[in-house]
Write a protein that binds this ligand. Structure first.
Ligand code: ZN
Length: 532
């Protein structure tokens, strides 16, 4: 973008930010706005598809709908008579869906003998205004961009008011423990909590800006939002850099807030949440009164237990980069550690059976559909790369009573590996495992493998398996080799390398690489338990 274009963007953002901060997100406003959206799902869906798909010549969904012989009138009739979910299932069966590889443009969209042209921006939401464009953490291809958008922040702040009301946390002070840009999630949480008039007391970014060297525009964008927010009356904290290895500073800040007697909400990834709790135990501190809002990677039984063992509570938050927030943890009768209410006011979900790339057979993948122009990308039966269970039931919590009756749980990724809230797939990692390590340490590509599994303490670990057939190898050198190669890549890769170094996430094991249940050998592999 030209510097004049950037100035205009910043100026427009500032005007929007002032208006954004003037209105407070309260549970009453949340019930009114979200309650109305829940009654208008079909019409919101139809309006969005007409504007963002049928009227949008670059949308790959338009070509898919045409191939399925579904004109707008047909879709409208179907949705009005059969309802939204049944319509989406009919579309899926007619080939109107997008796999995660197609969504990420890692594979062309082919249906029958037709190939549909697409590039990453073909899926962009054409209606995002008042946005600052940033790169995304978890971006699996270099072209992926997400934006900090105030309309979306308002919508999610209203959702949060309902979540906090359901969990008895309205008005509770907050701490933010998420990275600065290029990960957009920290800035989004800063804006949402400020709109609820509970801006974070402190903002601890688990990565140093100078270590990951984000582009100047991204560092300035973070500070710009903070200073502009203060100018408009919100007490926004500047980010403080705390190494993920040293959680003592976070534990002390958290204890200081807890001593005031009003509890404390902590926004952090599940892995960092677990480490903060382990830190608290090591310093002999109780975290009673603290509630972690943990998103970005699966909230497993082991992680939940670790967090609860120091007296804290945890509410899961399910999100992915192209969509933003998908759902929030249930406050009622739950069926799993990650029992999540789907935000049905802006999303619909169905499933599709498919084979998985990292072993493990076939799974029921989620297909998400946007109903509002709040998602960075437009989704129409688009895979997120995750699978899990869907249930429609009453759980007794306020979110269910309001109309969020669909629960997702036991959510796992089939597409990517996750470590410390950093998701990756990747071409980069496959190249490192299959080419770089054998060149550097000997053996061949099948002598090395990266395995993701959760250790006994609830931490997600990445194990680098090196076949015993490869001779003498220094474990530390293998880890250094992987991290320094990652650091040569994008700023997302540099951030990931730094977080993994601090967390001691990579561990070398001298073992034969594992086969999938189907007998395949993959360089990146997911296992339920550690291969030790
Ligand atoms: Zn519930």
């Amino acid at each position: 973008m030209s510097s004049y274009g950037q100035l205009t963007t910043y100026a427009r953002f500032a005007v929007g930010l002032r208006r954004y901060l003037r209105e407070q997100a309260t549970p009453e406003l949340g019930r009114e706005v979200i309650g109305r959206l829940l009654l208008e799902r079909e019409s919101n869906f139809l309006t969005l598809v007409r504007r963002a798909v049928y009227d949008n010549p670059v949308s790959p969904y338009r070509a898919l709908l045409r191939m399925a012989g579904c004109e707008y009138g047909d879709l409208e009739r179907l949705a009005r008579t059969d309802g939204l979910d049944a319509t989406l299932c009919r579309l899926r069966d007619a080939g109107v869906f997008i796999t995660i590889d197609e969504f990420k443009c890692r594979q062309p969209i082919i249906r029958g003998s037709t190939t549909i042209h697409s590039e990453p921006r073909s899926f962009n939401n054409p209606f995002l205004l008042r946005s600052l464009t940033t790169g995304s953490s978890g971006s699996r291809s270099p072209g992926t961009k997400t934006t900090v958008n105030l309309d979306r922040s308002r919508y999610h702040a209203l959702n949060y008011t309902l979540v906090f009301s359901a969990h008895g946390l309205t008005g509770t002070p907050t701490l933010l423990c998420m990275p600065i840009l290029p990960s957009a999630a920290g800035l989004a949480m800063l804006l949402q909590s400020s709109k609820m008039r509970v801006p974070p007391r402190r903002w601890f970014s688990p990565v140093q800006s100078r270590t990951i060297k984000p582009a100047l525009s991204k560092r300035l964008a973070t500070l710009y939002v903070v200073y502009a927010g203060r100018l408009f009356g919100a007490a926004m904290p500047s980010p403080e850099y705390v190494s993920g290895e040293h959680t003592q500073q976070i534990v002390e800040a958290l204890n200081a807030v807890l001593r005031e007697g009003n509890g404390c909400i902590v926004y952090a990834s599940p892995n960092l949440s677990v480490r903060i709790c382990q830190g608290a135990r090591a310093f002999g501190r109780s975290l009673t009164g603290a509630t972690f809002i943990a998103g970005g990677e699966p909230l497993t039984v082991a992680k939940r237990k670790e967090i609860e063992s120091v007296g804290a509570r945890v509410i899961g938050q399910y999100a992915f980069a192209e969509c933003g927030i998908v759902g929030f943890g249930c406050a009622g009768e739950t069926h799993a550690a990650d029992d999540t209410h789907l935000i049905r006011s802006s999303l619909a979900v169905i499933q599709r059976r498919r084979e998985t790339p990292f072993g493990g057979g076939s799974v029921d993948a989620f297909l998400f559909t946007s109903l509002l122009d709040k998602t960075p990308k437009i989704l129409l039966n688009a895979e997120s790369g995750d699978y899990g269970s869907i249930e429609t039931r009453m759980c007794g919590c306020e979110l269910g009573t309001l109309g969020f009756v669909q629960h997702l749980h036991t959510i796992r990724s089939f597409d990517k590996l996750t470590g410390e809230g950093m998701t990756f797939v990747g071409t980069d990692m496959v190249r490192i495992i299959e080419e770089l390590l054998p060149t550097r340490f000997g053996g061949c590509s099948t002598d090395y493998q990266m395995v993701e599994a959760e250790d006994g303490k609830g931490q997600t670990r990445l194990y680098v398996l090196v076949s015993p057939a490869v001779g003498e190898v220094n474990d530390g050198e293998v880890v250094d080799c992987i991290l320094s190669e990652l650091r040569k890549g994008s700023d997302t890769n540099r951030m990931m390398a730094e977080v993994w170094r601090q967390g001691g996430t990579l561990q070398v094991l001298r073992q034969q690489p594992r086969l999938t249940r189907g007998g395949k050998l993959l360089s990146l592999h997911v296992m339920k338990t550690p291969p030790v």
